[in-house]
Ligand binder design. Structure first.
Ligand code: ASP
Length: 419
């Protein structure tokens, strides 16, 4: 059991920081006030400090959590049972998200009124054209130090999985020591999260201030309708989570969303599922009261491969760009879009802004010039914040569902801690 890490009323303080950051930046923006790069770097300082603190513990936390999550499954059979449920679950929710993204963009036609002749800037980084076997091989952390160095989450999850399975099979005093070491590592990481959260309100103020100042109001105005479409799609996905929580996990969705709001706000402010992962783990343990074998396994895995918000966004953006470039997708191409997007969202690193870069692969598969990304770049930051919030909500939804599937309904919603 970890220590209590999250300060009380955290969400309210973060929310105040967030609103203040947006409002003050907007006021300066509207009055055309420009800040010197030096002053901006001081304003950004608490925000980046906060993200850096969270990032500092990602490697030890992912490793220790996955190892403990696997080891506390108790046996290979129950681990297999968990894996056999969670992977199809992730694929299904991602497919639902993409379907929503495609439907919203097809029905609302955000790209229909945008000029095709728009000069677009080439911004997408060139992507290496890896074959599928190569991509699969890439998941294996051939060089463990490099995996840690580059914080390659997928490789770290796999490494944790292997060590966890070894712990299940080797029952010696040494394996008990490794387990205890992991427990301590995890506790220490969670304690650091608790400390980081004390500066969260001011950090969020700083991140939002910088984001709004960077975006500028004019970029937002021109792309308003496209943004509304994406946001509507993401809101539908949150509605789907509400239904999943109440029907499958059999918990009160209002109490669920209220319990996870700190994680949602941190996801929104940091635009990174990876940076939010430590907070999601605290929320799962302290507020949702899920078992360790469930959240230690599902959250790091989900933060890495389950990105419903990103998938929805990528599908919606792809259809939008098709409309802009006057490309009509056939049914087969739409199915290709669905499948490519499932793969792409799994492969999208849980970092700010990368969903947009990965979008280039998807655009390639349906014949849209990847340069089209230039059109949507200006508003990506805000949409990144929103899709990351959905990504993190999806992971916590999956955690409650797995709790139900693996352990039945062990807590009543009345026992959800008030925050
Ligand atoms: N920022 C997202 C995340 O960390 C990934 C993306 O760019 O869509 O979840």
């Amino acid at each position: 059991m970890h220590q209590q890490t999250l300060p009380q009323n955290l969400w309210l303080r973060i929310l105040i920081g967030m609103i203040a950051g947006i409002m003050i930046a907007l006021v300066f923006n509207m009055n055309d006030v420009n800040f010197s790069p030096n002053l901006m770097s001081w304003i950004a300082f608490p925000g980046y400090l906060f993200i850096d603190l969270l990032k500092m513990i990602i490697v030890p936390l992912v490793l220790s959590s996955v190892i403990l999550g696997v080891a506390s499954a108790g046996s290979l059979e129950s681990l297999g049972k968990m894996g056999a449920r969670i992977i199809p679950y992730f694929i299904c929710t991602t497919a639902i998200a993409i379907t929503i993204g495609i439907s919203v963009a097809t029905i609302l036609q955000p790209g229909a009124s945008i000029e095709t002749q728009t000069e677009v800037a080439v911004t997408a980084k060139p992507l290496t054209d890896l074959t599928i076997p190569d991509r699969i091989r890439n998941i294996i952390p051939v060089n463990i130090t490099e995996a840690q160095l580059t914080q390659n989450m997928l490789q770290l999850v796999l490494l944790g999985l292997f060590i966890g399975i070894a712990l299940l099979k080797i029952r010696t005093p040494a394996s008990k020591t490794v387990r205890r070491l992991c427990e301590f590592t995890q506790d220490a990481c969670m304690m650091i999260v608790g400390w980081a959260m004390w500066i969260a309100p001011i950090a969020v103020f700083s991140l939002l201030f910088v984001a709004v100042t960077d975006m500028g109001t004019s970029a937002l105005a021109g792309m308003g309708y496209y943004m509304v479409c994406v946001i509507m799609g993401l809101a539908c996905m949150v509605g789907v989570y509400g239904v999943i929580v109440s029907v499958i996990a059999q918990r009160n969705p209002i109490a669920f969303f209220s319990a996870i709001k700190s994680a949602m706000i941190v996801a929104f402010s940091t635009s990174s599922s990876a940076a939010t992962m430590p907070v999601s783990l605290s929320v799962a343990e302290e507020r949702l009261k899920t078992n360790e074998d469930v959240h230690d396994f599902v959250i790091p895995l989900g933060a890495t491969i389950n990105m419903d918000g990103t998938a929805l966004y990528q599908a919606c953006a792809a259809i939008f760009l098709c409309q802009v470039f006057g490309i009509d997708l056939t049914v087969m191409e739409t199915i290709t879009l669905l499948i490519t997007t499932i793969g792409a969202s799994i492969g999208t690193p849980a970092m700010p802004g990368v969903g947009l870069i990965i979008l280039a692969t998807i655009l390639n598969s349906i014949g849209v010039p990847p340069e089209g990304i230039g059109i949507i770049l200006g508003v990506d930051r805000l949409l990144d914040m929103m899709r990351t919030t959905v990504n993190v909500t999806g992971d916590l939804t999956a955690t409650t569902v797995m709790q139900r599937w693996m352990h039945g309904k062990i807590v009543s919603d009345d026992s959800l801690e008030k925050v």
